[in-house]
Write a protein that binds this ligand. Structure first.
Ligand code: THU
Length: 146
């Protein structure tokens, strides 16, 4: 399964962002992870009163993928974000920690994953390869696991 519409993936991320639990930052993020069989797993950011414990949308989605035993089957990722109550259109790209988490799936699956980034609204879409976002990555390969 390599044929897909990046805007579809971003639309799924946008839908997921509606369930963001972000009362502190009021910044809603959604992530959508496309698997080899065409299925999509989504996540939204999950904040915590102890701010530093916040889980990002990408991490929530990939945690679900891992618990499904499907980390090796990730084909592409869509991410969107924006301030709640605003019509932000600027594409949001994954934070540093999320890039490292995405790298786990990328190396296990042997794919330089495309990461499609959009805004909370609008059609703007910026696509990166994970190797652009996290060059010279450390990962499971270094531990002989991929
Ligand atoms: N956030 C994500 O969910 N993913 C990212 O890649 C960037 C940041 C969340 C964390 C926090 O809930 C809010 O966005 C503001 O930083």
């Amino acid at each position: 399964m390599t044929d897909y519409d990046p805007q579809m993936l971003v639309a799924r991320a946008r839908e997921a962002s509606k369930n963001a639990y972000a009362p502190y930052s009021k910044f809603a993020v959604g992530a959508a992870v496309l698997l080899t069989d065409g299925s999509v797993v989504t996540g939204a950011n999950f904040e915590n009163a102890s701010y530093g414990l916040t889980l990002c949308a990408e991490t929530v989605a990939l945690g679900t993928v891992s618990s499904m035993g499907r980390l090796r089957d990730v084909v592409a990722i869509g991410v969107i974000g924006g301030r709640m109550g605003h019509a932000d259109t600027a594409p949001v790209s994954p934070c540093g920690r999320c890039r490292q988490v995405i790298n786990e799936a990328a190396q296990l699956g042997g794919r330089d994953l495309p990461v499609h980034c959009g805004g909370a609204t609008g059609d703007a879409l910026t696509t990166y390869r994970l190797s652009e976002l996290l060059p010279a990555a450390f990962g499971p390969k270094d531990l002989g696991l991929a």
